[in-house]
Ligand binder design. Structure first.
Ligand SMILES: C[S@@+](CC[C@H](N)C(=O)[O-])C[C@H]1O[C@@H](n2cnc3c(N)ncnc32)[C@H](O)[C@@H]1O
Length: 282
Protein backbone atom coordinates (compact mmCIF):
# COMPACT_ATOMS: atom_id res chain seq x y z
CA UNK A 1 0.00 0.00 0.00
CA UNK A 2 1.41 3.42 -0.89
CA UNK A 3 1.87 5.99 1.88
CA UNK A 4 -0.97 8.09 0.49
CA UNK A 5 -3.42 5.19 0.34
CA UNK A 6 -2.43 4.06 3.84
CA UNK A 7 -3.12 7.56 5.22
CA UNK A 8 -6.53 7.63 3.53
CA UNK A 9 -7.43 4.18 4.95
CA UNK A 10 -6.40 5.25 8.44
CA UNK A 11 -8.37 8.47 8.13
CA UNK A 12 -11.47 6.52 7.00
CA UNK A 13 -11.10 4.16 9.92
CA UNK A 14 -10.76 7.10 12.33
CA UNK A 15 -13.97 8.53 10.90
CA UNK A 16 -15.82 5.21 11.24
CA UNK A 17 -14.73 4.86 14.86
CA UNK A 18 -15.80 8.42 15.57
CA UNK A 19 -19.26 7.61 14.15
CA UNK A 20 -19.51 4.43 16.25
CA UNK A 21 -18.67 6.37 19.40
CA UNK A 22 -21.21 9.04 18.46
CA UNK A 23 -23.88 6.34 18.01
CA UNK A 24 -23.01 4.85 21.44
CA UNK A 25 -23.24 8.30 23.02
CA UNK A 26 -26.57 9.16 21.40
CA UNK A 27 -28.21 5.78 21.94
CA UNK A 28 -26.87 4.79 25.38
CA UNK A 29 -25.48 8.02 26.87
CA UNK A 30 -21.92 6.72 27.36
CA UNK A 31 -19.33 9.15 26.07
CA UNK A 32 -16.10 7.44 24.98
CA UNK A 33 -14.97 10.28 22.71
CA UNK A 34 -12.24 11.40 25.11
CA UNK A 35 -10.86 7.93 25.81
CA UNK A 36 -7.36 7.30 24.44
CA UNK A 37 -7.83 6.59 20.72
CA UNK A 38 -5.36 3.65 20.64
CA UNK A 39 -7.38 1.99 23.42
CA UNK A 40 -10.82 2.41 21.77
CA UNK A 41 -9.45 1.30 18.40
CA UNK A 42 -7.89 -1.85 19.93
CA UNK A 43 -11.07 -2.79 21.81
CA UNK A 44 -13.39 -2.18 18.82
CA UNK A 45 -11.07 -4.26 16.61
CA UNK A 46 -11.15 -7.05 19.16
CA UNK A 47 -14.99 -7.12 19.27
CA UNK A 48 -15.16 -6.96 15.46
CA UNK A 49 -12.87 -9.99 15.16
CA UNK A 50 -14.62 -12.18 17.71
CA UNK A 51 -18.14 -11.30 16.50
CA UNK A 52 -17.70 -12.48 12.90
CA UNK A 53 -18.41 -9.08 11.44
CA UNK A 54 -16.42 -7.87 8.49
CA UNK A 55 -16.64 -4.11 8.95
CA UNK A 56 -17.65 -1.25 11.21
CA UNK A 57 -20.83 -0.60 9.22
CA UNK A 58 -22.14 -3.98 10.43
CA UNK A 59 -21.04 -3.14 13.93
CA UNK A 60 -22.92 0.16 13.79
CA UNK A 61 -26.12 -1.78 13.00
CA UNK A 62 -25.56 -4.15 15.95
CA UNK A 63 -24.84 -1.26 18.33
CA UNK A 64 -28.08 0.48 17.40
CA UNK A 65 -30.39 -2.56 17.33
CA UNK A 66 -28.87 -5.08 19.75
CA UNK A 67 -28.55 -3.97 23.38
CA UNK A 68 -26.88 -7.24 24.46
CA UNK A 69 -24.20 -6.64 21.87
CA UNK A 70 -23.71 -3.13 23.22
CA UNK A 71 -23.34 -4.49 26.77
CA UNK A 72 -20.54 -6.80 25.61
CA UNK A 73 -18.89 -3.89 23.86
CA UNK A 74 -19.24 -1.79 27.01
CA UNK A 75 -17.32 -4.44 28.95
CA UNK A 76 -14.63 -4.42 26.23
CA UNK A 77 -14.30 -0.67 26.34
CA UNK A 78 -14.29 -0.39 30.11
CA UNK A 79 -11.72 -3.14 30.92
CA UNK A 80 -12.61 -4.56 34.30
CA UNK A 81 -9.39 -6.35 35.24
CA UNK A 82 -8.74 -6.05 38.97
CA UNK A 83 -7.53 -7.99 42.03
CA UNK A 84 -7.78 -7.90 45.78
CA UNK A 85 -4.75 -6.11 47.26
CA UNK A 86 -3.51 -5.42 43.71
CA UNK A 87 0.03 -3.98 43.92
CA UNK A 88 0.44 -5.08 47.55
CA UNK A 89 3.12 -2.46 48.28
CA UNK A 90 0.49 0.26 47.79
CA UNK A 91 -1.58 -1.22 50.61
CA UNK A 92 1.53 -1.62 52.75
CA UNK A 93 2.30 2.06 52.29
CA UNK A 94 -1.28 3.02 53.11
CA UNK A 95 -1.21 0.87 56.23
CA UNK A 96 2.14 2.22 57.43
CA UNK A 97 2.03 5.87 56.40
CA UNK A 98 -1.50 7.01 55.66
CA UNK A 99 -3.43 5.15 58.35
CA UNK A 100 -1.58 6.77 61.31
CA UNK A 101 -2.44 10.19 59.85
CA UNK A 102 -6.02 9.21 59.02
CA UNK A 103 -6.46 7.94 62.58
CA UNK A 104 -6.26 11.55 63.78
CA UNK A 105 -9.68 12.21 62.19
CA UNK A 106 -12.85 11.24 64.05
CA UNK A 107 -14.44 10.03 60.79
CA UNK A 108 -13.04 9.39 57.32
CA UNK A 109 -14.58 9.12 53.86
CA UNK A 110 -13.01 7.00 51.12
CA UNK A 111 -14.03 6.98 47.46
CA UNK A 112 -13.14 4.23 44.99
CA UNK A 113 -13.77 5.69 41.52
CA UNK A 114 -13.85 3.00 38.81
CA UNK A 115 -14.14 0.21 41.40
CA UNK A 116 -14.86 -2.55 38.87
CA UNK A 117 -16.12 -5.77 40.56
CA UNK A 118 -15.26 -4.47 44.03
CA UNK A 119 -12.00 -6.26 44.89
CA UNK A 120 -10.19 -3.00 45.64
CA UNK A 121 -13.09 -1.83 47.81
CA UNK A 122 -13.16 -4.97 49.96
CA UNK A 123 -9.37 -4.81 50.29
CA UNK A 124 -9.68 -1.39 51.91
CA UNK A 125 -12.60 -2.56 54.00
CA UNK A 126 -10.37 -5.35 55.38
CA UNK A 127 -7.49 -2.95 55.97
CA UNK A 128 -9.70 -0.45 57.82
CA UNK A 129 -11.20 -3.24 59.92
CA UNK A 130 -7.75 -4.54 60.88
CA UNK A 131 -6.64 -1.03 61.80
CA UNK A 132 -9.70 -0.53 64.00
CA UNK A 133 -11.05 2.24 61.77
CA UNK A 134 -13.99 0.64 60.03
CA UNK A 135 -16.61 1.86 62.50
CA UNK A 136 -15.62 5.46 61.80
CA UNK A 137 -15.36 5.22 58.03
CA UNK A 138 -17.66 5.46 55.04
CA UNK A 139 -16.57 3.94 51.74
CA UNK A 140 -18.16 5.07 48.46
CA UNK A 141 -17.59 2.70 45.56
CA UNK A 142 -18.55 3.86 42.07
CA UNK A 143 -18.31 2.68 38.50
CA UNK A 144 -20.16 3.66 35.33
CA UNK A 145 -20.89 0.08 34.36
CA UNK A 146 -24.04 -1.18 36.12
CA UNK A 147 -23.34 -4.85 35.31
CA UNK A 148 -19.95 -4.75 36.97
CA UNK A 149 -21.37 -2.77 39.90
CA UNK A 150 -23.89 -5.58 40.50
CA UNK A 151 -20.99 -8.01 40.74
CA UNK A 152 -19.22 -5.69 43.15
CA UNK A 153 -22.27 -5.55 45.43
CA UNK A 154 -22.39 -9.35 45.61
CA UNK A 155 -18.72 -9.80 46.59
CA UNK A 156 -18.58 -13.31 45.13
CA UNK A 157 -15.36 -14.30 43.37
CA UNK A 158 -13.99 -17.47 41.73
CA UNK A 159 -12.17 -19.80 44.12
CA UNK A 160 -9.32 -20.12 41.62
CA UNK A 161 -8.17 -16.50 42.11
CA UNK A 162 -7.93 -16.81 45.90
CA UNK A 163 -4.33 -18.02 45.77
CA UNK A 164 -3.27 -14.77 44.10
CA UNK A 165 -5.42 -12.66 46.42
CA UNK A 166 -4.04 -14.45 49.48
CA UNK A 167 -0.46 -13.84 48.33
CA UNK A 168 -1.23 -10.17 47.71
CA UNK A 169 -2.86 -9.82 51.12
CA UNK A 170 0.12 -11.37 52.90
CA UNK A 171 2.61 -9.15 51.03
CA UNK A 172 0.52 -6.09 51.84
CA UNK A 173 1.05 -6.64 55.57
CA UNK A 174 -2.32 -8.29 56.27
CA UNK A 175 -2.66 -9.24 59.93
CA UNK A 176 -4.98 -12.24 59.82
CA UNK A 177 -5.53 -15.43 57.93
CA UNK A 178 -7.05 -14.29 54.61
CA UNK A 179 -9.52 -17.20 54.65
CA UNK A 180 -11.16 -15.56 57.71
CA UNK A 181 -12.72 -13.11 55.26
CA UNK A 182 -14.67 -15.52 53.08
CA UNK A 183 -16.55 -18.79 52.95
CA UNK A 184 -16.11 -21.22 50.07
CA UNK A 185 -19.19 -22.14 48.05
CA UNK A 186 -18.37 -24.76 45.40
CA UNK A 187 -16.23 -22.94 42.77
CA UNK A 188 -16.70 -19.52 44.35
CA UNK A 189 -15.99 -17.69 47.55
CA UNK A 190 -18.43 -15.34 49.26
CA UNK A 191 -16.88 -12.44 51.13
CA UNK A 192 -17.98 -11.90 54.71
CA UNK A 193 -21.09 -9.73 54.98
CA UNK A 194 -19.44 -7.42 57.54
CA UNK A 195 -16.99 -6.21 54.86
CA UNK A 196 -19.93 -4.60 53.08
CA UNK A 197 -21.29 -2.77 56.12
CA UNK A 198 -19.57 0.55 55.49
CA UNK A 199 -19.72 0.46 51.70
CA UNK A 200 -22.16 2.35 49.48
CA UNK A 201 -22.07 1.24 45.84
CA UNK A 202 -23.46 3.62 43.23
CA UNK A 203 -23.31 4.45 39.57
CA UNK A 204 -21.06 7.40 38.70
CA UNK A 205 -19.59 8.31 35.35
CA UNK A 206 -16.29 10.18 35.59
CA UNK A 207 -16.89 11.75 32.17
CA UNK A 208 -20.16 13.40 33.02
CA UNK A 209 -20.93 13.27 36.75
CA UNK A 210 -19.92 15.65 39.52
CA UNK A 211 -18.06 15.93 42.77
CA UNK A 212 -18.26 13.56 45.78
CA UNK A 213 -17.71 15.91 48.73
CA UNK A 214 -15.03 16.06 51.44
CA UNK A 215 -13.20 12.79 50.84
CA UNK A 216 -10.11 11.93 52.89
CA UNK A 217 -8.85 9.33 50.44
CA UNK A 218 -9.66 8.73 46.79
CA UNK A 219 -8.62 5.65 44.85
CA UNK A 220 -8.76 5.88 41.09
CA UNK A 221 -6.39 3.21 39.94
CA UNK A 222 -6.00 1.91 36.39
CA UNK A 223 -8.80 4.09 35.00
CA UNK A 224 -7.10 7.32 33.86
CA UNK A 225 -4.78 5.26 31.69
CA UNK A 226 -7.68 4.78 29.25
CA UNK A 227 -8.46 8.51 29.02
CA UNK A 228 -6.88 11.17 26.81
CA UNK A 229 -5.02 14.05 28.50
CA UNK A 230 -8.00 16.41 28.32
CA UNK A 231 -10.28 13.94 30.09
CA UNK A 232 -7.55 13.07 32.60
CA UNK A 233 -7.33 16.76 33.52
CA UNK A 234 -11.09 17.01 33.92
CA UNK A 235 -11.24 13.96 36.18
CA UNK A 236 -8.21 15.02 38.25
CA UNK A 237 -9.88 18.40 38.84
CA UNK A 238 -12.98 16.50 39.98
CA UNK A 239 -10.83 14.60 42.50
CA UNK A 240 -9.14 17.80 43.65
CA UNK A 241 -12.56 19.35 44.30
CA UNK A 242 -13.80 16.19 46.04
CA UNK A 243 -10.88 15.95 48.50
CA UNK A 244 -10.66 17.76 51.80
CA UNK A 245 -7.42 19.75 52.30
CA UNK A 246 -4.65 17.27 53.06
CA UNK A 247 -6.70 14.43 51.51
CA UNK A 248 -4.95 11.63 49.61
CA UNK A 249 -5.22 10.49 46.00
CA UNK A 250 -4.02 7.07 44.94
CA UNK A 251 -3.48 6.35 41.22
CA UNK A 252 -2.52 3.21 39.30
CA UNK A 253 1.08 2.06 38.80
CA UNK A 254 1.25 3.40 35.24
CA UNK A 255 -0.51 6.68 36.08
CA UNK A 256 0.88 9.92 37.39
CA UNK A 257 0.08 13.59 38.04
CA UNK A 258 3.21 14.58 36.11
CA UNK A 259 2.47 16.92 33.19
CA UNK A 260 -1.20 17.26 34.19
CA UNK A 261 -2.97 20.47 35.24
CA UNK A 262 -3.06 19.19 38.84
CA UNK A 263 0.68 18.53 39.22
CA UNK A 264 1.25 21.65 41.38
CA UNK A 265 -1.86 21.15 43.49
CA UNK A 266 -0.69 17.91 45.08
CA UNK A 267 2.51 16.80 46.79
CA UNK A 268 3.84 13.28 46.14
CA UNK A 269 3.76 11.11 49.26
CA UNK A 270 5.01 7.89 47.70
CA UNK A 271 6.38 8.10 44.14
CA UNK A 272 6.45 4.40 43.37
CA UNK A 273 3.04 3.72 44.89
CA UNK A 274 1.53 6.79 43.16
CA UNK A 275 0.09 8.31 46.31
CA UNK A 276 -0.40 12.09 46.41
CA UNK A 277 -1.66 14.55 48.96
CA UNK A 278 -3.79 17.59 48.20
CA UNK A 279 -1.88 20.71 49.24
CA UNK A 280 -3.43 22.90 51.87
CA UNK A 281 -4.01 26.48 50.73
CA UNK A 282 -1.19 28.84 51.89
C1 LIG B 1 -9.11 -1.68 34.96
S1 LIG B 1 -10.51 -1.39 35.99
C2 LIG B 1 -9.70 -0.83 37.45
C3 LIG B 1 -10.32 -1.40 38.70
C4 LIG B 1 -9.63 -1.04 40.00
N1 LIG B 1 -9.66 0.38 40.22
C5 LIG B 1 -8.22 -1.58 40.02
O1 LIG B 1 -7.28 -0.80 39.84
O2 LIG B 1 -8.03 -2.77 40.21
C6 LIG B 1 -11.18 0.11 35.28
C7 LIG B 1 -12.58 0.43 35.76
O3 LIG B 1 -12.89 1.78 35.42
C8 LIG B 1 -14.24 1.83 35.04
N2 LIG B 1 -14.46 3.02 34.21
C9 LIG B 1 -14.03 3.24 32.94
N3 LIG B 1 -14.49 4.43 32.52
C10 LIG B 1 -15.21 4.97 33.53
C11 LIG B 1 -15.94 6.17 33.69
N4 LIG B 1 -16.04 7.05 32.70
N5 LIG B 1 -16.56 6.40 34.87
C12 LIG B 1 -16.49 5.50 35.88
N6 LIG B 1 -15.83 4.33 35.79
C13 LIG B 1 -15.20 4.07 34.62
C14 LIG B 1 -14.47 0.53 34.29
O4 LIG B 1 -15.84 0.16 34.22
C15 LIG B 1 -13.63 -0.45 35.11
O5 LIG B 1 -14.41 -1.09 36.06
Amino acid sequence: MTGDLKNKTLENERLEIQMLLEAIHQKYGYNFKDYASAHTKRRLHHRLNISNMSNYAQMMHRIIYDEDFFNSLLLDLSINITEMFRDPMVYKKIRRELIPRLKTYSFIKVWHAGCSAGQEVYSISILLEEEGMKHRSQIYATDFNELILDKAKKGIYPLEVMKTYTGNYQQSGGKNDFSDYYTADYDNVILRQSLKEKVLFSSHNLVTDGVFGEMNLIFCRNVLIYFNRQLQNRVLKLFYDSLCPGGYLCLGSKESLKFTDMEDKFEPIADREKIYRKKRLP
